[in-house]
Design a protein around this ligand. Structure first.
Ligand code: ATP
Ligand code: MG
Length: 430
Protein backbone atom coordinates (compact mmCIF):
# COMPACT_ATOMS: atom_id res chain seq x y z
CA UNK A 1 0.00 0.00 0.00
CA UNK A 2 1.28 3.46 -0.87
CA UNK A 3 0.48 6.47 1.27
CA UNK A 4 0.85 10.21 0.75
CA UNK A 5 4.30 10.38 2.35
CA UNK A 6 5.74 8.03 -0.28
CA UNK A 7 4.72 10.15 -3.28
CA UNK A 8 7.79 12.40 -3.30
CA UNK A 9 10.43 9.71 -2.55
CA UNK A 10 8.96 7.37 -5.21
CA UNK A 11 8.75 10.23 -7.71
CA UNK A 12 12.43 10.95 -7.12
CA UNK A 13 13.28 7.28 -7.71
CA UNK A 14 11.21 7.05 -10.90
CA UNK A 15 12.52 10.29 -12.32
CA UNK A 16 16.07 9.19 -11.64
CA UNK A 17 15.37 5.87 -13.36
CA UNK A 18 14.20 7.85 -16.42
CA UNK A 19 16.67 10.69 -16.12
CA UNK A 20 17.34 10.90 -19.87
CA UNK A 21 13.61 11.57 -20.50
CA UNK A 22 13.47 14.16 -17.74
CA UNK A 23 16.60 15.91 -19.01
CA UNK A 24 14.94 16.60 -22.34
CA UNK A 25 11.99 18.43 -20.78
CA UNK A 26 11.97 22.22 -20.45
CA UNK A 27 10.09 21.74 -17.22
CA UNK A 28 7.95 19.20 -15.39
CA UNK A 29 5.44 19.94 -12.65
CA UNK A 30 4.26 17.19 -10.33
CA UNK A 31 0.84 18.36 -9.27
CA UNK A 32 -0.38 16.99 -5.92
CA UNK A 33 -4.05 17.92 -5.99
CA UNK A 34 -6.46 18.59 -3.11
CA UNK A 35 -7.15 14.87 -2.76
CA UNK A 36 -3.47 14.03 -2.74
CA UNK A 37 -3.54 12.55 -6.26
CA UNK A 38 -0.73 13.22 -8.68
CA UNK A 39 -0.73 14.51 -12.24
CA UNK A 40 2.11 15.67 -14.43
CA UNK A 41 1.91 19.09 -16.02
CA UNK A 42 4.26 19.53 -18.97
CA UNK A 43 4.84 22.04 -21.74
CA UNK A 44 2.29 21.75 -24.56
CA UNK A 45 5.18 21.87 -27.04
CA UNK A 46 5.69 18.17 -26.22
CA UNK A 47 2.57 17.19 -28.13
CA UNK A 48 4.43 18.09 -31.34
CA UNK A 49 6.73 15.12 -30.86
CA UNK A 50 5.14 11.65 -30.78
CA UNK A 51 8.32 10.23 -29.36
CA UNK A 52 8.50 12.64 -26.42
CA UNK A 53 4.77 12.34 -25.80
CA UNK A 54 5.10 8.57 -25.54
CA UNK A 55 8.12 8.83 -23.25
CA UNK A 56 6.33 11.11 -20.80
CA UNK A 57 3.31 8.78 -20.80
CA UNK A 58 5.57 5.82 -20.04
CA UNK A 59 7.18 7.78 -17.23
CA UNK A 60 3.82 8.70 -15.77
CA UNK A 61 2.63 5.09 -16.09
CA UNK A 62 5.56 3.70 -14.16
CA UNK A 63 5.10 6.32 -11.42
CA UNK A 64 1.32 5.79 -11.29
CA UNK A 65 1.70 2.03 -10.88
CA UNK A 66 3.83 2.58 -7.81
CA UNK A 67 1.82 5.32 -6.11
CA UNK A 68 -1.71 3.98 -6.69
CA UNK A 69 -4.21 5.09 -5.31
CA UNK A 70 -2.52 8.51 -5.45
CA UNK A 71 -2.52 8.59 -9.25
CA UNK A 72 -4.90 8.83 -12.24
CA UNK A 73 -5.36 6.55 -15.25
CA UNK A 74 -2.55 7.44 -17.68
CA UNK A 75 -4.83 9.27 -20.11
CA UNK A 76 -6.12 11.58 -17.37
CA UNK A 77 -2.77 11.90 -15.62
CA UNK A 78 -0.94 14.36 -17.87
CA UNK A 79 -1.91 17.98 -18.43
CA UNK A 80 -0.38 20.40 -20.94
CA UNK A 81 0.21 24.09 -20.38
CA UNK A 82 1.92 26.75 -22.45
CA UNK A 83 3.61 28.44 -19.49
CA UNK A 84 5.03 26.91 -16.33
CA UNK A 85 4.23 30.05 -14.29
CA UNK A 86 0.62 29.89 -15.39
CA UNK A 87 0.23 26.31 -14.18
CA UNK A 88 1.59 27.06 -10.72
CA UNK A 89 -0.01 30.42 -10.05
CA UNK A 90 -1.10 31.07 -6.46
CA UNK A 91 -0.07 27.69 -5.08
CA UNK A 92 2.76 26.36 -2.98
CA UNK A 93 5.56 25.07 -5.17
CA UNK A 94 8.94 23.57 -4.36
CA UNK A 95 11.83 22.15 -6.33
CA UNK A 96 12.14 18.36 -6.38
CA UNK A 97 15.45 17.46 -4.74
CA UNK A 98 18.11 16.54 -7.30
CA UNK A 99 16.39 18.07 -10.36
CA UNK A 100 16.64 21.60 -11.62
CA UNK A 101 13.70 21.40 -14.04
CA UNK A 102 11.15 19.60 -11.84
CA UNK A 103 8.86 21.18 -9.26
CA UNK A 104 6.10 19.87 -7.02
CA UNK A 105 2.88 21.87 -6.82
CA UNK A 106 1.11 21.33 -3.55
CA UNK A 107 -2.55 22.25 -3.53
CA UNK A 108 -3.88 22.55 0.00
CA UNK A 109 -7.41 22.87 1.28
CA UNK A 110 -6.19 25.36 3.87
CA UNK A 111 -4.76 28.76 3.10
CA UNK A 112 -1.77 28.29 5.38
CA UNK A 113 1.59 28.61 3.72
CA UNK A 114 4.32 27.80 6.19
CA UNK A 115 7.03 28.10 3.57
CA UNK A 116 6.44 31.61 2.20
CA UNK A 117 8.59 33.61 4.63
CA UNK A 118 7.93 37.35 4.31
CA UNK A 119 10.90 39.66 4.65
CA UNK A 120 11.43 41.23 8.05
CA UNK A 121 9.10 44.23 8.29
CA UNK A 122 11.09 47.48 8.05
CA UNK A 123 9.10 49.28 10.76
CA UNK A 124 8.82 48.49 14.48
CA UNK A 125 10.16 44.99 15.26
CA UNK A 126 7.37 42.42 15.29
CA UNK A 127 7.87 39.82 18.00
CA UNK A 128 5.66 36.74 17.65
CA UNK A 129 4.84 34.59 20.68
CA UNK A 130 4.27 31.13 19.26
CA UNK A 131 4.00 27.65 20.74
CA UNK A 132 3.30 24.24 19.34
CA UNK A 133 1.12 23.31 22.35
CA UNK A 134 -1.32 25.51 24.25
CA UNK A 135 -1.31 26.37 27.95
CA UNK A 136 2.44 26.93 28.21
CA UNK A 137 2.29 30.48 29.61
CA UNK A 138 2.65 32.26 26.26
CA UNK A 139 0.00 34.96 26.74
CA UNK A 140 1.05 35.62 30.32
CA UNK A 141 4.65 36.06 29.16
CA UNK A 142 3.45 38.46 26.49
CA UNK A 143 1.50 40.50 29.05
CA UNK A 144 4.55 40.65 31.33
CA UNK A 145 6.83 41.60 28.40
CA UNK A 146 4.54 44.40 27.25
CA UNK A 147 4.45 45.75 30.81
CA UNK A 148 8.24 45.60 31.17
CA UNK A 149 8.86 47.27 27.79
CA UNK A 150 6.30 50.01 28.52
CA UNK A 151 7.90 50.50 31.92
CA UNK A 152 11.10 51.42 30.06
CA UNK A 153 9.14 54.10 28.22
CA UNK A 154 8.53 52.13 25.04
CA UNK A 155 5.30 52.39 23.14
CA UNK A 156 4.05 48.83 22.72
CA UNK A 157 1.42 47.60 20.29
CA UNK A 158 -0.09 44.25 21.33
CA UNK A 159 -2.17 42.12 18.95
CA UNK A 160 -4.30 39.22 20.15
CA UNK A 161 -4.27 36.90 17.18
CA UNK A 162 -5.31 33.85 19.15
CA UNK A 163 -8.66 34.39 17.44
CA UNK A 164 -10.05 30.95 18.22
CA UNK A 165 -9.42 31.20 21.95
CA UNK A 166 -8.94 34.89 22.67
CA UNK A 167 -8.09 36.11 26.14
CA UNK A 168 -5.11 38.42 26.08
CA UNK A 169 -7.20 41.57 25.98
CA UNK A 170 -8.95 40.73 29.22
CA UNK A 171 -5.49 40.19 30.71
CA UNK A 172 -4.36 43.70 29.89
CA UNK A 173 -7.57 45.74 29.86
CA UNK A 174 -10.37 46.01 32.43
CA UNK A 175 -13.77 45.34 30.87
CA UNK A 176 -14.74 49.03 30.79
CA UNK A 177 -11.75 49.88 28.60
CA UNK A 178 -12.30 47.17 25.99
CA UNK A 179 -12.56 48.69 22.52
CA UNK A 180 -15.77 48.33 20.55
CA UNK A 181 -14.28 46.11 17.82
CA UNK A 182 -11.56 43.50 17.41
CA UNK A 183 -9.34 41.98 14.73
CA UNK A 184 -12.10 39.56 13.74
CA UNK A 185 -14.46 42.46 13.00
CA UNK A 186 -11.87 44.20 10.85
CA UNK A 187 -11.14 41.04 8.84
CA UNK A 188 -14.84 40.56 8.13
CA UNK A 189 -15.58 44.24 7.36
CA UNK A 190 -12.53 44.47 5.10
CA UNK A 191 -14.17 41.95 2.77
CA UNK A 192 -16.72 44.63 1.91
CA UNK A 193 -14.24 47.55 2.08
CA UNK A 194 -15.58 48.63 5.47
CA UNK A 195 -12.49 47.92 7.58
CA UNK A 196 -11.11 51.44 7.79
CA UNK A 197 -14.38 52.73 9.21
CA UNK A 198 -13.75 50.88 12.47
CA UNK A 199 -9.98 51.17 12.80
CA UNK A 200 -10.19 53.91 15.47
CA UNK A 201 -12.37 51.65 17.63
CA UNK A 202 -10.07 48.67 17.24
CA UNK A 203 -7.60 49.42 20.01
CA UNK A 204 -7.46 50.75 23.57
CA UNK A 205 -4.69 51.74 25.95
CA UNK A 206 -4.03 49.87 29.14
CA UNK A 207 -4.39 51.54 32.54
CA UNK A 208 -1.19 50.04 33.93
CA UNK A 209 1.11 52.73 35.27
CA UNK A 210 3.98 52.64 32.84
CA UNK A 211 6.06 55.41 31.29
CA UNK A 212 5.26 54.18 27.79
CA UNK A 213 1.82 53.29 26.53
CA UNK A 214 0.48 49.78 25.82
CA UNK A 215 -1.99 49.73 22.92
CA UNK A 216 -4.03 46.60 22.77
CA UNK A 217 -5.90 45.24 19.75
CA UNK A 218 -8.18 42.43 20.93
CA UNK A 219 -9.45 39.46 18.95
CA UNK A 220 -13.04 40.64 19.47
CA UNK A 221 -14.73 43.79 20.70
CA UNK A 222 -16.38 44.56 24.05
CA UNK A 223 -19.46 42.81 22.69
CA UNK A 224 -18.21 39.82 20.67
CA UNK A 225 -21.48 39.82 18.70
CA UNK A 226 -21.87 36.94 16.28
CA UNK A 227 -18.30 35.84 16.93
CA UNK A 228 -18.60 32.30 15.59
CA UNK A 229 -20.13 33.46 12.32
CA UNK A 230 -17.47 36.15 11.92
CA UNK A 231 -14.65 33.77 12.76
CA UNK A 232 -15.79 31.46 9.97
CA UNK A 233 -15.14 34.29 7.50
CA UNK A 234 -11.83 35.75 8.59
CA UNK A 235 -9.82 33.38 6.36
CA UNK A 236 -11.61 34.57 3.24
CA UNK A 237 -9.43 35.86 0.45
CA UNK A 238 -10.68 39.27 -0.67
CA UNK A 239 -12.15 39.37 -4.15
CA UNK A 240 -14.22 42.56 -4.00
CA UNK A 241 -13.45 44.21 -7.34
CA UNK A 242 -10.08 42.50 -7.79
CA UNK A 243 -8.79 40.29 -10.55
CA UNK A 244 -6.48 38.38 -8.17
CA UNK A 245 -7.90 37.55 -4.74
CA UNK A 246 -5.90 38.90 -1.81
CA UNK A 247 -5.02 36.09 0.62
CA UNK A 248 -6.32 36.61 4.14
CA UNK A 249 -2.79 36.71 5.56
CA UNK A 250 -2.01 39.64 3.25
CA UNK A 251 -5.15 41.37 4.48
CA UNK A 252 -3.98 40.81 8.04
CA UNK A 253 -0.59 42.26 7.18
CA UNK A 254 -2.34 45.29 5.71
CA UNK A 255 -4.18 45.73 9.01
CA UNK A 256 -0.97 45.51 11.05
CA UNK A 257 0.72 48.05 8.73
CA UNK A 258 -2.24 50.39 9.08
CA UNK A 259 -2.24 50.14 12.89
CA UNK A 260 1.50 50.68 12.89
CA UNK A 261 1.20 53.87 10.85
CA UNK A 262 -1.53 55.19 13.16
CA UNK A 263 0.06 54.30 16.51
CA UNK A 264 3.77 54.43 15.63
CA UNK A 265 4.82 51.94 18.31
CA UNK A 266 8.44 51.10 19.16
CA UNK A 267 7.68 47.40 19.17
CA UNK A 268 4.79 45.10 18.21
CA UNK A 269 4.05 41.99 20.27
CA UNK A 270 1.84 39.37 18.64
CA UNK A 271 0.07 36.56 20.50
CA UNK A 272 -0.15 33.84 17.89
CA UNK A 273 -2.33 30.81 18.06
CA UNK A 274 -0.69 27.55 19.16
CA UNK A 275 0.02 24.65 16.83
CA UNK A 276 0.41 24.10 13.10
CA UNK A 277 -2.58 26.24 12.43
CA UNK A 278 -3.63 28.76 9.80
CA UNK A 279 -3.45 31.85 12.03
CA UNK A 280 -0.15 30.67 13.46
CA UNK A 281 1.25 30.28 9.95
CA UNK A 282 0.30 33.87 9.17
CA UNK A 283 1.90 35.14 12.40
CA UNK A 284 5.10 33.16 12.02
CA UNK A 285 5.71 33.52 8.29
CA UNK A 286 3.57 36.27 6.73
CA UNK A 287 3.79 39.27 9.03
CA UNK A 288 7.49 39.99 8.60
CA UNK A 289 8.37 38.85 12.13
CA UNK A 290 11.63 40.12 13.53
CA UNK A 291 11.68 37.33 16.12
CA UNK A 292 9.54 34.26 16.64
CA UNK A 293 9.62 33.07 20.24
CA UNK A 294 9.00 29.33 20.27
CA UNK A 295 7.57 28.34 23.65
CA UNK A 296 8.32 24.81 24.76
CA UNK A 297 7.61 22.72 27.80
CA UNK A 298 9.36 19.45 28.36
CA UNK A 299 7.62 16.43 26.81
CA UNK A 300 7.56 14.54 23.56
CA UNK A 301 4.56 16.38 22.14
CA UNK A 302 6.42 19.68 21.98
CA UNK A 303 9.28 18.27 19.93
CA UNK A 304 7.19 16.13 17.59
CA UNK A 305 5.32 19.25 16.52
CA UNK A 306 8.39 21.43 16.14
CA UNK A 307 10.19 18.69 14.21
CA UNK A 308 7.30 18.47 11.75
CA UNK A 309 7.60 22.21 11.12
CA UNK A 310 11.38 22.14 10.80
CA UNK A 311 11.30 19.26 8.35
CA UNK A 312 8.75 21.13 6.24
CA UNK A 313 10.97 24.22 6.22
CA UNK A 314 13.94 22.05 5.32
CA UNK A 315 12.15 20.34 2.44
CA UNK A 316 11.05 23.72 1.08
CA UNK A 317 14.55 25.18 1.35
CA UNK A 318 13.64 28.04 3.70
CA UNK A 319 14.97 26.74 7.01
CA UNK A 320 17.93 29.13 7.18
CA UNK A 321 15.77 32.11 6.37
CA UNK A 322 13.33 31.36 9.17
CA UNK A 323 15.87 29.96 11.64
CA UNK A 324 17.60 33.32 11.87
CA UNK A 325 14.46 34.67 13.52
CA UNK A 326 13.68 31.81 15.90
CA UNK A 327 14.36 31.71 19.62
CA UNK A 328 13.39 28.96 22.02
CA UNK A 329 11.69 29.82 25.32
CA UNK A 330 11.26 27.26 28.12
CA UNK A 331 7.87 27.87 29.75
CA UNK A 332 6.79 26.90 33.25
CA UNK A 333 10.25 25.85 34.49
CA UNK A 334 9.86 24.19 37.93
CA UNK A 335 10.75 26.54 40.75
CA UNK A 336 12.55 23.97 42.86
CA UNK A 337 15.53 21.61 42.81
CA UNK A 338 14.37 20.06 39.48
CA UNK A 339 14.99 23.36 37.67
CA UNK A 340 18.48 22.68 36.30
CA UNK A 341 17.69 19.15 35.23
CA UNK A 342 14.51 20.35 33.50
CA UNK A 343 16.34 23.09 31.63
CA UNK A 344 19.16 20.73 30.61
CA UNK A 345 16.61 18.30 29.15
CA UNK A 346 14.88 21.06 27.17
CA UNK A 347 18.22 22.34 25.95
CA UNK A 348 19.29 18.90 24.74
CA UNK A 349 16.03 18.35 22.85
CA UNK A 350 16.14 21.85 21.45
CA UNK A 351 19.71 21.41 20.25
CA UNK A 352 18.71 18.21 18.52
CA UNK A 353 15.98 20.13 16.72
CA UNK A 354 18.24 22.97 15.59
CA UNK A 355 21.44 20.97 15.05
CA UNK A 356 20.54 19.81 11.55
CA UNK A 357 20.01 23.39 10.46
CA UNK A 358 23.35 24.65 11.76
CA UNK A 359 25.63 23.38 9.03
CA UNK A 360 23.84 25.21 6.24
CA UNK A 361 25.05 28.75 6.74
CA UNK A 362 27.29 30.49 9.24
CA UNK A 363 25.54 32.53 11.92
CA UNK A 364 24.72 36.04 10.69
CA UNK A 365 27.42 38.69 10.72
CA UNK A 366 25.75 40.73 13.43
CA UNK A 367 24.81 37.79 15.62
CA UNK A 368 26.97 36.94 18.56
CA UNK A 369 26.36 33.22 18.75
CA UNK A 370 27.89 30.03 17.47
CA UNK A 371 26.61 26.59 16.51
CA UNK A 372 27.86 25.08 19.79
CA UNK A 373 25.35 23.31 22.03
CA UNK A 374 26.70 25.18 25.06
CA UNK A 375 26.34 28.65 23.52
CA UNK A 376 23.85 30.58 25.67
CA UNK A 377 23.12 33.09 22.90
CA UNK A 378 22.21 30.53 20.26
CA UNK A 379 18.53 30.24 19.25
CA UNK A 380 18.31 26.72 20.67
CA UNK A 381 19.41 27.87 24.16
CA UNK A 382 16.13 28.10 26.09
CA UNK A 383 15.23 31.40 27.75
CA UNK A 384 13.80 30.14 31.04
CA UNK A 385 10.48 31.33 32.43
CA UNK A 386 10.01 30.24 36.00
CA UNK A 387 6.83 28.73 37.28
CA UNK A 388 5.61 30.91 40.12
CA UNK A 389 2.83 30.18 42.57
CA UNK A 390 1.61 33.77 42.46
CA UNK A 391 1.09 33.57 38.70
CA UNK A 392 -0.59 30.19 38.60
CA UNK A 393 -4.30 29.89 37.77
CA UNK A 394 -4.96 33.61 38.15
CA UNK A 395 -8.57 34.65 38.27
CA UNK A 396 -7.60 37.93 36.68
CA UNK A 397 -4.24 38.60 35.12
CA UNK A 398 -5.32 42.21 34.74
CA UNK A 399 -5.70 42.56 38.52
CA UNK A 400 -2.34 40.87 38.94
CA UNK A 401 -0.66 43.25 36.49
CA UNK A 402 -2.04 46.27 38.37
CA UNK A 403 -0.13 45.32 41.50
CA UNK A 404 2.80 43.63 39.86
CA UNK A 405 6.18 43.86 41.48
CA UNK A 406 9.16 44.64 39.30
CA UNK A 407 11.53 42.28 41.12
CA UNK A 408 9.08 39.44 40.83
CA UNK A 409 8.67 39.98 37.09
CA UNK A 410 12.43 40.00 36.69
CA UNK A 411 12.79 36.82 38.75
CA UNK A 412 10.28 34.99 36.55
CA UNK A 413 10.80 36.57 33.13
CA UNK A 414 14.33 38.04 33.37
CA UNK A 415 15.84 35.80 30.68
CA UNK A 416 13.14 36.68 28.17
CA UNK A 417 13.21 40.40 29.02
CA UNK A 418 16.99 40.60 28.63
CA UNK A 419 16.70 38.87 25.27
CA UNK A 420 14.06 41.38 24.12
CA UNK A 421 16.25 44.27 25.29
CA UNK A 422 19.20 42.91 23.33
CA UNK A 423 17.10 42.30 20.23
CA UNK A 424 15.63 45.81 20.32
CA UNK A 425 18.97 47.51 20.99
CA UNK A 426 20.50 45.61 18.08
CA UNK A 427 17.57 46.71 15.96
CA UNK A 428 18.20 50.39 16.78
CA UNK A 429 21.85 50.02 15.81
CA UNK A 430 21.15 48.56 12.40
N1 ATP B 1 5.15 31.92 35.18
C1 ATP B 1 4.05 31.26 35.52
N2 ATP B 1 3.99 30.60 36.70
C2 ATP B 1 2.89 29.91 37.05
N3 ATP B 1 1.80 29.82 36.30
C3 ATP B 1 1.78 30.45 35.11
C4 ATP B 1 2.91 31.20 34.66
N4 ATP B 1 2.59 31.71 33.43
C5 ATP B 1 1.34 31.29 33.15
N5 ATP B 1 0.86 30.55 34.16
C6 ATP B 1 -0.47 29.91 34.23
O1 ATP B 1 -0.53 28.90 33.23
C7 ATP B 1 -1.81 28.88 32.60
C8 ATP B 1 -1.63 29.10 31.11
O2 ATP B 1 -1.09 30.39 30.88
P1 ATP B 1 -1.34 31.21 29.56
O3 ATP B 1 -2.80 31.43 29.38
O4 ATP B 1 -0.45 32.38 29.61
O5 ATP B 1 -0.81 30.15 28.51
P2 ATP B 1 -0.96 30.14 26.92
O6 ATP B 1 0.22 29.39 26.46
O7 ATP B 1 -1.19 31.49 26.40
O8 ATP B 1 -2.26 29.26 26.76
P3 ATP B 1 -3.27 29.17 25.52
O9 ATP B 1 -2.63 28.23 24.56
O10 ATP B 1 -4.50 28.59 26.16
O11 ATP B 1 -3.46 30.55 24.99
C9 ATP B 1 -2.62 29.97 33.28
O12 ATP B 1 -3.39 29.37 34.29
C10 ATP B 1 -1.58 30.88 33.89
O13 ATP B 1 -2.05 31.53 35.04
MG1 MG C 1 -2.82 32.32 25.35
Amino acid sequence: MTTFDQIVPIAIEELNAHSEVVAQLDWLLINRDLNGRVRFIVSDSITASNEQHKQIKDLYRSLAERITPHAYPVDAGILFEAEREHASQGTAIFGLAGFDNVWVIDRLASESQWEAIAEVSPGAPRIVFFSIKGGVGRSTALAASSWALAKQGKSVLVLDLDLESPGLSSALLPSERQPKYGITDWLVEDLVDNGDALIKDLFATSDLSTAGQIYLVPAHGSDPGEYVSKLGRVWMPKTNGRTHPEAWSLRLNRLVNHLESLIRPDVILIDSRAGIDEVAAACVTDLGAHTVLMFAIQGQQTWTGYRALFSHWQQRGVITEIRNRLQLVAGLVPDDERRLEYLAAIRADSYQLFEDTYDVVEPGAISDWSFEGVDDNAPHAPLPIRWNRGWYGLLSLQQRMLQVDENEVRAIYGGLLDFLDRALVQENQT
